[in-house]
Design a protein around this ligand. Sequence first.
Ligand code: FE2
Length: 376
Amino acid sequence: MNPDTSNAAANTITKDFLPLHGTDYVEFYVGNAKQAAHFYKTTFGFQSLAYAGPETGQLDRVSYVIRQNKLTFVLTTALRPTTEIADHVLRHGDGVKVLALMVDDAADAWKQTTDRGGKSYMEPHVLKDENGEIAISGIHTYGETVHLFIERKNYKGLFMPGFRKWESNYNPPSAGLLYVDHCVGNVGWNQMNPWVKFYEEVMGFKNILSFDDNDISTEYSALMSKVMSNGNGYVKFPINEPAEGKKKSQVEEYLDFYGGEGVQHVAIATADIVHTVTDLQNRGIEFLKVPSSYYVDVLDRVGKIDEDLEPLSQLGILIDKDEEGYLLQIFSKPLQDRPTLFFEIIQRKGAKSFGKGNFKALFEALEREQDARGNL
Ligand code: FE2
């Protein structure tokens, strides 16, 4: 490469104004945090980590923090009927409130994003205890979901000031869940592109993949999706909107029952999906099933894979490939009473995509569930 070209290339690389190190935690507002924490420990193999409530000076709520490898969930519920949390649960049911992101500088993350049009949710401030300090700030995103920016480089405690250790005699074994791979948002009609623009302009993300209603449609319903990624690819947020079909889109069903826009699914990485899904099924998690015909020609589509096909087809694990490799994935049924939030378990074997080749089979499976609820 001659020096002129390399300089030109260097000049086009703009500095990432919002460097992110990944997902710090996912916080759910739920109807009963004590029971939700027990459920996630039992079914997904999380461990108790920390607790906040009246005993720690937090009078209007309790929060249970659970962890598995790099995956941290916070389950929060209201102790009083007239709080923002109680109102959130009343309108949305159990759902994701906070997608917290790891940053080096929470004050700067807030300044960079609010200067670019982000709406402040929490001004930068510092939380302190004997283990050090955490700087925190936040902005709003789609629906009532928010992003918090967490700077924990000066903190040595378990989770955050205001929380105490939650010791439990009940410590179910890990299911091999590792970290958040991506979190998908469902937004309203014609709202995908405005939210794509938000992630581009306010947070410096790039649109790395797009799916239109031709990619994601069945005989009955359709949706559109664009995948937004931050600079290093550690944080990926696909955004879905409904599309016109003969019947109601799964995204519309979500919007109806959630009472607006919100997180549709959290995808969690594993290094051994057969082991993880076997374990989760044994612990009571129900997954969407595709017809056995899916497995007849799947290897013609994806080529050679390391795993035996038999356990994959028994468990209902889906396979897809892209230019860089393949991936294995499966989707749970909704994890609460409303047909809203669900989980994806994903094992990437080189592939960086999201399972486009599985969309049709998967959405037909989803529609069978939707139809059984009378919402198709
Ligand atoms: Fe996904």
